[in-house]
Design a protein around this ligand. Structure first.
Ligand code: PLP
Length: 471
C-alpha cells in the first residue's frame, strides 16, 4: 500500500468508524448470530492475489458486523463495557503508524519516557500515594490487562519472599500461599496456575455478608495456620470494586496483616480505581499507601480503548528482579549504565506497543475536568437506576452500589431473574450479565459507557419491568 493509497483508505476507515458511532443504536446490542455463522461466510482458503481494500470494507458490513456485540452501544450494561473514545482511537492509530517496539529505552526513548510520564500524571490525577511515582523507588507501567498485573505482582511477591530464589529454583508445591476473597476476579487464580503455584495455593477469604468485603480476621487466621505449617504467605490481593458486585475490601487492614509476615499486598482496582479522579471517590484509595502494587484499567472506565491497565509498584526492584534476563543481543549502553527504565523487565513479553500514546491523547483531550465529568455521569445514572429498582417491590437491590455497578434480582427467585435477563438480552435492545451471590442469581447493571444517557437507562428499566414473568 503506497502512502497515497493509505491516505485514501485511511480516510475511508476513519469515516467508517465515525459513521458506525452515528448509527450504533440501529444494531442489536448483543450479536444474534449462531456459532459458525461467521466462518461459514468466509472463503476456505486465503486469497492468492491481493484484493482491493473496498472488498474488505464491504465484508466488514456484510459478514463481520452481524457477529459483533456492540460494546460501545449506549445500552450495553454488561460486564464492564468498552471505553473507547475518539482521542484514544486516534492515539492508538498513531502508535500503529509508528510501529514502535518499546521493549528497551534505547529502542525508542520517547515510548518509555512518555509511558513513565503519563503514569505519573495518572497517579497524580487519581490521588495515588507518592510512593508509586517514578521519582522514587517505585513507578508505573502499562500492562495489557489486570490479569497480567496480577501475574507480575505475584512474580514480584515470590521474588521478594524467597530472597530471589524462586527465579532459579521454581516453586515447590505447597511452599507458598496466596490469599484473596471469593469476590476477587478469577485472574488471581489464573496467576497462581501460570506461576506454577497451582490453584491449591490460593486461599479464599470469607466475606462480610452485607458488604461482601474480605474479612481481615479470616486472613489472619489463614496466615497463622500456613506459617505454623511451614507455608510462606507470598501475596494478598485486595479488590477495590470486585467484578461481580463491586465490593471493596479493607485494604488498610489486609495490608497491615500481610506485611506482618512479609507478604506482598496487591490492589486490584481494575474497574473502580479510576473513579478516584473525582474527589468524592477518593475514599477508594484508603489504605493504598500501604500497598506494594496497585492496578486500575483506563480501558474499563476512563475513555481509553483496550488494552490499557495502569500498574504501579512501590519498589520496582522486586519486579525487575523477578523478570529481568539480559541476553547479549539486548545489551546497550543506556541499559548498562543503569540510567533508564527498560519496560521489558516490567511485564511478560519482550516487545511492547506504544500504548502510552492513547492514554496521553485521552488525558490531554479531556483534561481532569472532562474525566471527572465522565465518571460522575456513570455514577449518577447508575444511582438513578438503583432508585428505580428500589421503587418496584418485585425487585430488590443486592449489594452496596456507591459507583456505577448496581446488582439486583427479582424477589420471585433465580428462575424469574434469569428469565428477565434472557428476555431483554434476546430482544437486542440492551445487554446485561449476571453473577451469583450467596448461591442466588443476581443481575449486574453497569453504566460506564460515555455514550449512555438518561434515556437509555430509563428504556432499559422499562424493558426489564416489561420482561418480568406474569404471576
Ligand atoms: N480484576 C477485576 C476487578 C475485573 O473486573 C476484571 C475484569 O472485569 C479483571 C481483573 C480482569 O480484567 P482484564 O481483562 O484487564 O484482565
Amino acid at each position: 500500500m503506497t502512502p497515497d493509497e493509505f491516505r485514501r483508505y485511511g480516510r475511508e476507515v476513519v469515516d467508517w468508524i465515525a459513521d458506525y458511532y452515528e448509527r450504533i443504536e440501529t444494531f442489536p446490542v448483543l450479536s444474534q448470530v449462531q456459532p459458525g455463522d461467521i466462518r461459514a461466510q468466509l472463503p476456505a482458503d486465503p486469497p492468492e492475489q491481493g484484493e482491493p481494500f473496498e472488498a474488505l470494507l464491504a465484508d466488514l458490513d456484510r459478514v463481520i458486523l452481524p457477529g459483533i456485540t456492540h460494546w460501545q452501544h449506549p445500552s450495553y450494561f454488561a460486564y464492564f463495557s468498552a471505553n473507547a473514545s475518539g482521542p484514544a482511537i486516534l492515539g492508538d492509530l498513531l502508535a500503529s503508524g509508528l510501529g514502535v517496539q518499546g521493549m528497551l529505552w534505547s529502542t525508542s526513548p520517547a515510548a518509555t519516557e512518555l509511558e513513565t510520564h503519563v503514569l505519573d500524571w495518572l497517579a497524580t490525577l487519581l490521588g495515588l500515594p507518592e510512593r508509586f511515582s517514578s521519582g522514587g523507588p517505585g513507578g508505573g507501567v502499562i500492562q495489557h490487562s489486570a490479569s497480567d498485573a496480577a501475574l507480575v505482582a505475584l512474580l514480584a511477591a515470590l521474588h521478594r519472599v524467597s530472597g530471589g530464589r524462586t527465579e532459579r529454583e521454581g516453586v515447590a508445591s505447597g511452599r507458598f500461599a496466596v490469599y484473596t476473597s471469593a469476590q476477587t476476579h478469577s485472574s488471581v487464580e489464573k496467576a497462581c496456575r501460570i506461576a506454577g503455584l497451582g490453584a491449591d495455593a490460593l486461599r479464599k477469604l470469607d466475606v462480610d455478608p452485607v458488604t461482601l468485603a474480605a474479612r481481615p480476621e479470616h486472613l489472619r487466621e489463614l496466615i497463622e495456620r500456613d506459617v505454623a505449617e511451614g507455608v510462606t504467605p507470598a501475596l494478598v490481593v485486595a479488590s477495590v470494586g470486585a467484578t461481580g458486585t463491586g465490593s471493596v475490601d479493607p485494604v488498610r487492614e489486609l495490608a497491615t496483616i500481610a506485611h506482618e509476615t512479609g507478604a506482598w499486598l496487591h490492589v486490584d482496582a481494575a474497574w473502580a480505581g479510576v473513579a478516584a479522579v473525582a474527589d468524592e471517590f477518593r475514599w477508594l484509595n484508603d489504605g493504598v499507601e500501604l500497598a506494594d502494587s496497585y492496578c486500575t484499567n483506563p480501558h474499563k472506565w476512563l475513555l481509553t480503548n483496550f488494552d490499557c491497565t495502569a500498574f504501579w509498584v512501590a519498589d520496582r526492584a522486586a519486579l525487575v528482579g523477578a523478570l529481568s534476563i539480559l541476553p547479549e543481543y539486548l545489551r546497550n549502553a543506556a541499559t548498562d549504565a543503569g540510567a533508564v527504565i527498560d519496560y521489558r523487565d516490567w511485564h511478560v513479553p519482550l516487545g511492547r506497543r506504544f500504548r502510552a500514546l492513547k492514554l496521553w491523547a485521552v488525558l490531554r483531550w479531556y483534561g481532569a475536568e472532562g474525566l471527572r465529568e465522565h465518571i460522575r455521569s456513570g455514577v449518577g445514572l447508575a444511582q438513578e437506576f438503583a432508585r428505580l429498582v428500589a421503587s418496584d417491590d418485585r425487585f430488590e437491590l443486592v449489594a452496596p452500589h456507591p459507583l456505577s455497578l448496581v446488582t439486583f434480582r427479582l424477589r420471585a427467585g433465580d428462575e424469574a431473574t434469569r428469565a428477565v435477563m434472557d428476555t431483554v438480552n434476546a430482544s437486542g435492545a440492551l445487554f446485561l450479565t449476571h453473577t451469583v451471590v450467596g448461591g442466588r442469581t443476581v443481575l449486574r447493571f453497569v453504566v460506564v459507557s460515555p455514550q449512555t444517557e438518561r434515556r437509555h437507562v430509563l428504556a432499559a428499566w422499562d424493558a426489564l419491568r416489561a420482561a418480568v414473568p406474569a404471576g
